[in-house]
Design a protein around this ligand. Structure first.
Ligand code: HEC
Ligand code: HEC
Ligand code: HEC
Ligand code: HEC
Ligand code: HEC
Ligand code: HEC
Ligand code: HEC
Ligand code: HEC
Ligand code: HEC
Ligand code: HEC
Length: 254
């Protein structure tokens, strides 16, 4: 029996698809480059994570877990390069070396308030010529001068009552501009110009300069919390996989 000509395109397409399918099956796919299983060896008891199965069989996109905005084509970094066991001195020293380039730094070191948007001459007017609305009297400041000549850049040792530049500035400005501080972090722009951190060449400011004390502990999770949060919140959301209080042993092998 001969097939009518009109079927040829369909047969040809099927043949091409078959070849592609066989080739796809035989060629080591990009998934070969991915870790298949990952063993987390930790004090809570080893955890075996079936990486490939999570992606392929449970149909979870890479971005659901690897949330970094890495440059195009770059491999994801280990979670621990951003979520350390602890934010201690060792972290501050070593973390800088765990990133391929500066585009990673600004994910955390996202702002610098280098420039102050402040019109001095206008303010002399606003204060009705009263220099002491901001400057000290002659007992402390013989002549009005830059606050920086006495107030240190860094927070002084505890016990020292001398305010640093930020506290000195903020306290004085707030005497007329409390409204500008009322909206927390979102109000900083009323006086400061944000630097474009992608072109930043200086040192980065510690988070505590702007956020409350030890903010990094809440702003960027530690390694264990990052895993527990990510693994378990997805399981809970889908009601699949271990997440309940007594499910520890379904992940941790003792
Ligand atoms: C969905 C899997 C999963 C479940 C459920 C789970 N864990 Fe974990 N746990 C992990 C992973 C992954 C790590 C991180 C391993 C690493 O840091 O390399 C971890 C780390 C830990 C650590 C190590 C802390 C350290 O500093 O080394 C402890 C302790 C721990 N888990 C306790 C628990 C307890 C208690 C429960 C139950 C309430 C629990 N885990 C449930 C996956 C899980
Ligand atoms: C269900 C969550 C999940 C999904 C989905 C997932 N990964 Fe992962 N991946 C992880 C975890 C967790 C690690 C271990 C990271 C570590 O050890 O710090 C990891 C490790 C890796 C590593 C090794 C990095 C290293 O040096 O530790 C690569 C590469 C990787 N994943 C690529 C991918 C790609 C590409 C996809 C999508 C095709 C993907 N992953 C999907 C969670 C996931
Ligand atoms: C390049 C740095 C970087 C890497 C690598 C990284 N993280 Fe994060 N992660 C962050 C930063 C910064 C935040 C806090 C800001 C935010 O929410 O985006 C965060 C927040 C989180 C949060 C809380 C918010 C959320 O998205 O649910 C979880 C959970 C988390 N990370 C888990 C992980 C896991 C698991 C991995 C590895 C698979 C990982 N992270 C790898 C930088 C990183
Ligand atoms: C995942 C978030 C994260 C990433 C990414 C990151 N850092 Fe940090 N960095 C921190 C935290 C948290 C501290 C501790 C700050 C504190 O104690 O207030 C810190 C501290 C620092 C400090 C010391 C600042 C001080 O005065 O306390 C420098 C310098 C620094 N980082 C440079 C870098 C550079 C350079 C990169 C990129 C190569 C980078 N960081 C990437 C979170 C990060
Ligand atoms: C609204 C607050 C305010 C008032 C009012 C004010 N100043 Fe200032 N002045 C400042 C601040 C803040 C600085 C520090 C600016 C800096 O260092 O960038 C400063 C700096 C100065 C400087 C040093 C400039 C330099 O570049 O070193 C002089 C001189 C000065 N003021 C004189 C005066 C005199 C004179 C008056 C009164 C006629 C006056 N100021 C009123 C806030 C004020
Ligand atoms: C010549 C040195 C000197 C200069 C210049 C100076 N200060 Fe001070 N400032 C001091 C000293 C000394 C104290 C007192 C510290 C103490 O109480 O132990 C102080 C305290 C303060 C305080 C806390 C006590 C108070 O008066 O409310 C503020 C706020 C302050 N300065 C703001 C400023 C501002 C704003 C400028 C610039 C416009 C400035 N200072 C310039 C030396 C200086
Ligand atoms: C004696 C009261 C007083 C003090 C102290 C004061 N300001 Fe002002 N400021 C004013 C007045 C009045 C205006 C104009 C009306 C308005 O916009 O609220 C103003 C306006 C501003 C503006 C809006 C833009 C402009 O110039 O009109 C900025 C930004 C500003 N001040 C910054 C500062 C900073 C920074 C400090 C502390 C170094 C400060 N001010 C201290 C009274 C004060
Ligand atoms: C009313 C004006 C005003 C507002 C609003 C304001 N600042 Fe400031 N800030 C100042 C002044 C004045 C200084 C002292 C600048 C100097 O000495 O050069 C300062 C200094 C700083 C510094 C130290 C900069 C340095 O060069 O050492 C930091 C960090 C800072 N502010 C953060 C913030 C944050 C975060 C917010 C929002 C919560 C904020 N500021 C809101 C006026 C303001
Ligand atoms: C110069 C001041 C400054 C420094 C330094 C700074 N931040 Fe922030 N941060 C801000 C401001 C302002 C916002 C709020 C932005 C907004 O609301 O538009 C913010 C917001 C955030 C947020 C988002 C919070 C949310 O609820 O969306 C995270 C996460 C964060 N910062 C982490 C960090 C970490 C980690 C560091 C240190 C590595 C750091 N920041 C250093 C000023 C700063
Ligand atoms: C984005 C969602 C998601 C994330 C993130 C995720 N899982 Fe799962 N996990 C699942 C789903 C869906 C299943 C399938 C459960 C089923 O089929 O009953 C599963 C099943 C499991 C199981 C039981 C079956 C198996 O595959 O071994 C374990 C153990 C497990 N996950 C561990 C982890 C660990 C450890 C992490 C964090 C490193 C993690 N999962 C992160 C979605 C997720």
């Amino acid at each position: 029996m001969r097939l009518p000509r009109k079927y040829f395109p369909i047969i040809a397409t099927c043949a091409v698809l078959l070849v592609v399918a066989v080739a796809g099956y035989l060629t080591p796919a990009e998934s070969q480059k991915l870790p298949v299983r990952i063993l987390f060896d930790n004090t809570g008891g080893k955890v075996v994570f079936t990486h490939l199965r999570h992606h392929r069989d449970y149909a979870i996109a890479c971005e659901a877990c690897h949330h970094e905005n890495a440059p195009q084509g770059a491999e994801p970094l280990p979670c621990g390069s951003c979520h350390p066991l602890a934010f201690d001195e060792q972290y501050v020293k070593q973390h800088v070396a765990s990133f391929p380039d500066k585009t990673y730094c600004i994910q955390c070191h996202h702002l610098e308030y280098a420039k102050l948007n402040f019109g001095h001459d206008e303010h002399v007017e606003y204060a009705g010529g009263d220099c002491q609305a901001c400057h000290h009297g002659p007992d402390i400041e013989p002549e009005p001068q830059s606050c920086r000549s006495c107030h240190p850049e860094e927070k002084p040792e505890s016990g020292d009552s001398m305010p640093d530049q930020m506290e000195a500035g903020h306290t004085r400005c707030a005497s007329c501009h409390q409204d500008m501080f009322d909206h927390g972090l979102t109000s900083c722009k009323s006086c400061h110009v944000e630097a474009d951190m992608t072109k930043w060449h200086g040192d980065f400011t510690g988070c505590a300069q702007c956020h409350d004390e030890h903010p990094e502990k809440e702003l960027v999770l530690t390694r264990t919390n990052a895993f527990h949060d990510q693994c378990m919140s997805c399981h809970e959301e889908r009601r699949q996989g271990p997440y309940k209080d007594d499910d520890c042993n379904k992940c941790h092998i003792r």
